[in-house]
Design a protein around this ligand. Structure first.
Ligand SMILES: Nc1ncnc2c1ncn2[C@@H]1O[C@H](COP(=O)(O)OP(=O)(O)OP(=O)(O)O)[C@@H](O)[C@H]1O
Length: 875
């Protein structure tokens, strides 16, 4: 079964090649060839180009057309197996069975396509709510000489020739060529697999094969800033070309492991059934190939052909409800299943558990360190043309300017090396006006990274590290600040210059915890989810935050202690550890991958920054708060709601971490309904198959005609669609909802045998009721079994609604399920009495049979309840 997910529909111009890097063309020549310039396009020209090139929609985000949906549902393994069985039937001229199979395929494909179409549009609507925008430079109207202005537009409206601005946390919105850049590094793991961001800069005359001046759609800005001209959009990008050749690659998620795992187990059974039936028929009754249609019908009887429809409907309904009631946006349908299955949730600290609205703590900040940190922050902001300061820089500048409003005028900026989460440093090179021969490097960053670049003796270094640990232990965030006087020079400054520095002091910040964080962590614990914190911050700060939130941080590990471990050692350690500190983006991803190894755990990652992207991708399900950086919102599978007003300052309502609990409940609810369908349909189908096999060997005629198999399958399938609207028991919501093939097999074997016993008892009842009757018993047998089948299926729907997790009281059966069961019972009893009965090969039955049937059903219901109770007790 394919994941019910919106996938690519290649637009008409899909065959267009990805852009060439244009070796030998200068930037200006390239701009001219695109009919653009450094000041961008006019609005009127952009509109014309949008009509010509189409929307800049990355592949995989357009709802599929009807023909593509139908083609995709035909590729579904269940459908493929059914079609194969149909083909086998046609080959031996069993036209009745072949037609039955064809109708089954048509109905399930039709229902599935309609369900997916609805789900696709609903998901597209939800994704639009958290869609990212791009900063574009355009001139108003058609006035090419007008002044350009910057504005935010939806990424979909970008056209070739547009000039865009990029800053940290931005998604590269199209394929672009850099016009200017400052300290730009781009994460482009999607193309090259490199987890480390790559430096990018403009090249006026690129050599053949050079690509430092190009950034591709799907990449993300890790640090620095740039302006760039758009070369290609939508289906013409390299991202689209890669997807066309390689397809979308994503590691198997919890959804793939469970729903797909179960599907493939069943398909193996289906494929094994016909040969087994043929062999049994030959061995026990000396039958030959004439048993084939019957053998095929038995295999068809095993198929849960509505599984894809139920999965799509249950997940789409759950996602829509979650968005409406709690503002949580699920961007990829299977992610709702996955969040319900999460048993380990990794979170970063800053901006997730804390507000990321730091305030300088003046009592524990060295004034000189604050001075140089502000100079560094201000000039980095100016020289690197960052669209906005990050939270620490903003706090530093505010505090320093309040103390000394002339601080900025005291220096001229020379160059800047902006912050990146791997170096954990930011440097500005400044000059005092008049001091022509020398410059000052103002360096700020994490304590360890700054101290290791300072000229210090070991004792002093140890003293400073101890002081930093003490401040962090109080929950403070820290910046270490250092400076260096250097002779001025023309050669560009690089990270190699950040050596032999003079330590200046620490700047300390308070960063309040998110008000809903403690409650959210408690909720997660009660729902059986283990929380781990993976942060770039100091171990002391992380441990203190966790303690303040009511959790025991245990032994805090720093990332450098993990580097020497093998993947297996890391996996063992990761399961024992609660807090990982000083993690670079690649460490975060490696820890998540280690936790997932073995496929026994489902791991979610909740993060909000550029440093969280690799981990968001590595997890089974990536989650981010609504105010995360754009690229995190774009990467995450689930975007959380904002808090209600009152949970944060008036201008920014803040994060609502309790929304994770709602998302988990919604996921478990949907998975619970899928599990109910699987339990009910599989035990009933297995029972039928056992009964059909026994009857097939005992009776001189086919126990069920192909048309009857069809009618019965369709009625049961239609009734079970109501499970998408079911309510699982409260107990099912209390722990991670993993659909394990092994658990299902255990469940369905027991209940399947019980169901077969009821069928065999019915055969006895039929023999008793019909033995006095003259005429062919075949049609009456078929009618009797048809009625009993639909009635027992209705009973199973009511009594097996909660299985493995249903130890609590059974929730009231929702009306769609009650109506569906009633309709099933009515059809089962009434159909053999209607004129349709004749063509279907059935006749009305004597009243006596109904009395016997009532007794069989009553006994079956009692046995079902008793076995279920025993099963739940053992579980
Ligand atoms: N703008 C900045 N300039 C210099 N140093 C910074 C800046 N921002 C953060 N740092 C330093 O780098 C360290 C790591 O930052 P990083 O962004 O990787 O993680 P974080 O935001 O502290 O934590 P989390 O991973 O929980 O979001 C910080 O603890 C801080 O000391």
């Amino acid at each position: 079964m394919t994941a019910p997910e919106v996938t690519d529909t290649a637009p008409a111009h899909a065959a267009a090649p990805a852009p060439s890097p244009s070796p030998g063309r200068t930037t200006l020549q390239h701009l001219r060839s695109l009919g653009s310039g450094p000041r961008g396009l006019t609005e009127a020209e952009a509109e014309r180009r949008l009509a010509r090139h189409g929307e800049n929609v990355p592949p995989g985000t357009r709802p599929l057309s009807w023909p593509r949906l139908a083609a995709r549902s035909l590729r579904d393994p269940f459908t493929a197996v059914l079609l194969c069985l149909g083909l086998v039937s046609a080959t031996v001229a069993a036209w009745g069975t072949a037609c039955v199979i064809l109708v089954l395929v048509a109905v399930s494909c039709g229902l599935r396509s309609a369900g997916e179409r609805r789900a696709d549009s609903a998901m597209a609507g939800l994704r639009d709510l958290v869609a990212t925008t791009a900063t574009v430079l355009r001139r108003p109207g058609d006035d090419a000489s007008g002044p350009p202005g910057e504005r935010e537009i939806p990424v979909g409206q970008l056209v070739p020739g547009d000039v865009v601005r990029l800053g940290p946390g931005d998604l590269v919105p199209a394929d672009v060529r850099l016009l200017r850049a400052q300290g730009l590094t781009v994460q482009q793991a999607a193309f090259t697999g490199e987890s480390v961001p790559v430096g990018k800069h403009p090249v006026d005359l690129p050599a053949d094969g050079e690509s430092a001046h190009l950034c591709f759609q799907g990449g993300s800005v890790a640090s620095g800033s740039a302006s760039a001209v758009v070369l290609a959009t939508g289906a013409d990008t390299r991202f689209a070309a890669d997807r066309r050749t390689a397809g979308a690659r994503r590691a198997a998620s919890a959804f793939d492991r469970s729903v797909h795992g179960i599907s493939w187990t069943l398909i193996r059974f289906m494929l094994l059934t016909p040969p087994l039936v043929l062999m049994a028929g030959a061995a026990l009754r000396g039958r030959g190939l004439e048993t084939l249609p019957f053998a095929v019908a038995v295999a068809v009887g095993l198929t849960p052909e509505m599984l894809p429809v139920i999965v799509t409907t249950a997940l789409a309904r759950g996602s829509a409800l979650l968005a409406r009631t709690h503002g949580v946006i699920v961007k990829r349908l299977p992610a709702l299943h996955d969040i319900g299955a999460v048993d380990i949730l990794c979170v970063d600290k800053t901006g997730t558990l804390t507000q990321d609205r730091p305030d300088v703590d003046p009592d524990r900040t060295d004034p000189e360190a604050l001075h140089w940190a502000a100079v560094s922050a201000w000039w980095t902001l100016q020289l690197a043309e960052l669209p906005a300061p990050d939270a620490l820089d903003e706090a530093v500048i505010d505090e320093a300017l309040t103390a000394d409003p002339d601080l900025i005028d005291a220096y001229d900026g020379v160059t800047a090396l902006p912050f990146d989460p791997v170096r954990r440093l930011a440097t500005a090179v400044v000059r005092r006006p008049g001091a022509l021969g020398t410059v000052t490097l103002a360096v700020k960053g994490s304590v360890e990274n700054v101290l290791e670049r300072c000229a210090l003796d070991d004792a002093e270094r140890a003293r400073l590290l101890a002081r930093a640990a003490e401040l962090s232990g109080d929950g403070l965030r820290l910046l270490a600040v250092a400076t260096a006087e250097r002779p001025a020079r023309h050669r560009p400054y690089s990270t190699a210059d950040e050596r032999g520095l003079t330590f200046t002091g620490f700047v300390a910040f308070t960063d309040a915890l998110v008000p809903t964080a403690a409650q959210a962590l408690r909720d997660l614990g009660e729902r059986g989810v283990t929380v781990k914190v993976i942060t770039g911050d100091h171990p002391g700060t992380a441990a203190r935050a966790l303690r303040d939130l009511g959790l025991d941080p245990g032994d805090v590990r720093t990332a450098d202690s993990l580097d020497a471990l093998t993947d297996a050692e890391l996996a063992r350690l990761a399961h024992r550890t609660t807090v990982f500190a000083r993690c670079a983006p690649a460490h975060k991803a490696r820890i998540v991958t280690a936790l997932r190894a073995g496929g026994e755990t489902t791991v979610g990652f909740l993060g909000d920054g550029v440093n969280d992207l690799p981990a968001l991708r590595a997890a089974d399900v990536g989650i981010c708060p609504r105010d995360a950086v754009p690229v995190a919102r774009d990467t995450a599978d689930i975007v959380l709601a904002e808090a209600r007003r009152g949970d944060g300052p008036a201008d920014r309502p803040g994060k609502d971490l309790t929304a994770i609990g709602h998302a988990i409940s919604a996921g478990r609810h949907s998975s619970g309904n899928i599990a109910t369908y699987l339990r009910v349909t599989l035990s009933s189908n297995l029972g039928n198959v056992i009964a059909m096999l026994s009857a097939g060997l005992l009776l001189p005629f086919l126990p069920m005609l192909p048309a009857q198999v069809l009618a019965q399958n369709l009625c049961f399938d239609a009734a079970q669609l109501s499970f998408a609207f079911d309510r699982p028991a409260a107990a099912a919501l209390r722990r991670p909802s993993t659909l394990r093939p092994r658990d299902f097999l255990r469940f369905i074997t027991g209940f399947g045998v019980l169901n077969a016993a009821a069928d065999l008892a019915t055969f006895g009842a039929l023999a008793l009721a019909l033995h006095t009757r003259a005429g062919p018993g075949e049609a009456a047998f078929h009618a009797g079994w048809f009625t009993e089948n639909l009635l027992t299926q209705g009973l199973v729907m009511l009594l097996l609604r909660t299985g493995r997790d249903g130890s609590g009281p059974l929730p009231r059966t929702p009306s769609p399920v009650r109506w569906a069961v009633a309709a099933l019972a009515v059809v089962g009893i009434a159909l053999p009495l209607t004129p349709v009965a004749g063509p279907l090969g059935m006749t009305p039955l004597p009243l006596f049979y109904y009395a016997l049937l009532a007794a069989v059903l009553a006994l079956y219901a009692l046995a079902l309840t008793a076995v279920k109770r025993r099963y739940l007790r053992q579980d």
